[in-house]
Design a protein around this ligand. Structure first.
Ligand SMILES: Nc1ncnc2c1ncn2[C@@H]1O[C@H](COP(=O)(O)OP(=O)(O)O)[C@@H](O)[C@H]1O
Ligand SMILES: [Mg+2]
Length: 134
């Protein structure tokens, strides 16, 4: 597997969620993802970017366009140094929110992508990595 291209998009404030969304759309096209897969990745990315702003106090989205024999992929990693998640199973439960959200961001994002990795602990921040392949 090789990295064709990579970069970082800062996600500090609410408006950055829109910019991240636009960046993901462009990258997903560049990567050659089908329209339906582009839309899934963009939707998942919006949720994770919003979480990074709302719960994580802001963070970054690392992106990588990957090439493998016969396919290409876009991997997005959302990182923040916020309070972290104490109970990951609870956070991943459909409909559970510690705030006023619908509680469908993490669980929904997981369903929309082919790779989902959540790494978080209290005091250690949160890292969520997602990917879709052609
Ligand atoms: N980046 C994050 N940092 C800390 N907690 C988070 C983060 N992302 C999600 N969470 C926790 O996981 C819960 C579920 O997230 P989510 O499924 O997106 O639902 P919602 O955003 O509607 O609350 C949040 O309510 C929050 O407690
Ligand atoms: Mg959310």
């Amino acid at each position: 597997m090789s990295v064709r291209n990579q970069g970082i998009v800062p996600i500090r404030v609410e408006q950055d969620v829109v910019l991240a969304r636009q960046a993901v759309r462009k990258l997903a096209q560049e990567c050659g993802l089908r329209l339906v897969d582009q839309t899934k990745l963009i939707t998942a990315a919006s949720e994770l970017a919003r979480n990074a702003v709302i719960y994580g106090g802001g963070g970054d989205m690392d992106w990588q366009i990957l090439d493998e024999e016969g396919r290409s992929g876009l991997r997005l990693t959302f990182r923040d140094e916020g309070p972290g998640i104490g109970d990951i199973r609870q956070a991943m439960t459909d409909g559970w929110s510690s705030g006023t959200g619908l509680g469908l961001g993490l669980s929904g994002a997981k369903r929309l992508v082919s790779e989902f990795e959540l790494d978080s602990a209290p005091g250690k921040g949160t890292r969520v990595s997602i990917a879709r392949w052609t």
